[in-house]
Every structure is written in C-alpha cells, then in structure tokens.
Write a protein that binds this ligand. Structure first.
Ligand code: ARG
Length: 268
C-alpha cells in the first residue's frame, strides 16, 4: 500500500474525478490508516511503498502491476499523469530481489495491473476497453503461461475491471454484469459457479472493489442484501469507509496490491 501524503484530485482521468470536488486531506489520511488497521486485523501483512510528490494516484497501488510469485509484471499506464509511477514501482520490487518484467509487444500496449487482471480458477480474468488494451492479454498469456479470459468493459463509470468483479474464493465472486458487454457476461457466467450479482445501485457503492483476507471481506460499503448473502456464505464483513478515495474513482481494492499471488503454474 502507498500512504496518501500527496493524494488529491489534480487532474481528471475518469468520470468520478472532478477537480472542484476535493478530497478532505485529513479524512483521507484517517481512512487510509483505518484501512491498513482493518486489513491487519483480518490477518494481512501490509508492506509500504513511499509516496512520491506530484503522483497523487500512486495510492491506488492495484494499478502498479501484477504479481506472479517472485516476479512483477509492470504496468504501462494509459494516461501520462500516472506513467511515472512505474519507475518507483520497479525500483521497489527490484530492491526486494523481485524480477520485474515489462510488456513487450507491437506498439505501446497499455496494461493497468491488478486493477484490470487477476487469477480466478486457474486462469487469468482480464478487462479491457478503457485503460488496458485487449492486445495486452496475449502478451500476459505468453508471459504467464495461462489462459486469459478477456472481458470487455463498456460502462465508463466502471473503467477498471476490479470495480466490477471481486473474487472471494474458488466458487464465489461479487460481480456487476452491467459493466460488461454481452459476450463477456457469457464468459463470466461459465466461469463463476456462484456469483453474487449486484444491482446497479449496489455496484455504484464500489462494493465490488473489496479485498478478501481469509474469511473477512473488507469493503468500502456493504448494501444490506449483499451483507446477508456474504454472511450466509460464511464471510465476516468489515466496512472500511473510503469516501475521500472514491472522489478519485477508487476504493478498498484499488488501494492494495496483493504481493503473495501465484498465477503461472511453474513460477519462480
Ligand atoms: N484516479 C485513479 C485512476 O483513474 C483511480 C484508480 C483506481 N484503481 C483501480 N484499481 N480501480 O487511475
């Protein structure tokens, strides 16, 4: 995770960001520390990357890359405002003895890391359409040696895949089908045995942008119906409010990058 020392809305690169709707800085700091405490209480170990001045979106570390064992597949950001983040991400991983792989392909391929791709049931689910390019999926498949299922994002409010899909375990996921085109909906239907299908108003709370630690689902908000289903499935819900980070279009999952992920079968 990356502390919000330089966080703010200073440019607009998604429909949630409005320069005039400024985050309350003190409250942002408080919410971020509270989130760290909630994740730790649930059993997570949290590591920190130093924030960098003039990179306000660096708090959303989900977009830094995709971890596979000892290797990081580094993101290539769509927007110039976020591109310098990759230098610092790369340094952080290299300093910890991890290998950093870059996406090499024809032309400049955009890929926004764990915000747009994550493993599920032995393959990789990956979104495209707003930030990541479809062409990144073939490169990811080659690098990781796994099947990549491509999901086309069609609603600009859900511009990253991790705002419409929260994997819970091998069978369950919180999903927002309104974010995807029809063919992608069919793919997800095939892949997820027991989805928790959100209504649009529920999805707009960013509750599909949650983090699971063991049996605890750490969520930015939990609509009552969603909470009842999660509890029936044996999960404990922990709501960790992140109102100030929603103003830049991100919530709980965007603020974290899982470091213990293994995607390829034969990873380092
Ligand atoms: N302001 C950031 C951006 O537009 C928010 C990123 C949210 N991250 C995520 N994984 N959904 O890039």
């Amino acid at each position: 995770m990356c502390p919000p020392d330089y966080f703010g809305v200073f440019y607009e690169i998604n429909p949630w960001m409005h320069r005039e709707n400024r985050p309350d800085f003190e409250l942002a700091i408080e919410q971020w520390h509270n989130l760290v405490a909630n994740l730790r209480r649930a059993g997570a170990k949290v590591e920190i990357i130093e924030p960098v001045k003039e990179l306000p979106d660096m708090v959303y570390v989900a977009n830094a890359g995709l971890v596979d064992g000892q290797r990081l597949i580094l993101s290539r950001f769509r927007h110039a405002e976020r591109q310098p983040e990759s230098i610092y991400t790369s340094q952080w991983f290299q300093a910890r003895g991890r290998e950093v792989a870059e996406l090499v392909g024809e032309g400049d391929i955009c890929f926004e890391g764990c915000g747009d791709a994550f493993p599920f049931r032995g393959s990789l689910l990956a979104g495209y359409g707003f930030r990541s390019d479809l062409s990144s999926h073939a490169v990811l498949s080659r690098l990781l040696g796994v099947t990549v299922h491509s999901v086309k994002l069609v609603d600009p409010r859900f511009y990253h895949f991790d705002i419409s899909f929260s994997p819970l375990d091998n069978r369950h996921a919180i999903i927002n089908p309104a974010a995807w085109d029809r063919a992608s909906n069919a793919i997800i239907e095939q892949l997820v045995p027991e989805p928790l299908v959100l209504e649009l108003d529920e999805a707009l709370t960013f509750c599909a942008n949650s983090v699971v630690v063991g049996k605890v689902v750490v969520m930015p908000a939990c609509p009552p119906r969603v909470g009842r289903i999660l509890e029936r499935w044996g999960y404990d819900v922990c709501v960790s409010p992140v109102s100030e980070f929603l103003k830049a279009g991100g919530a709980v999952r965007c603020l974290t990058l899982p470091l213990d992920m293994t995607i390829s079968k034969f990873c380092l």
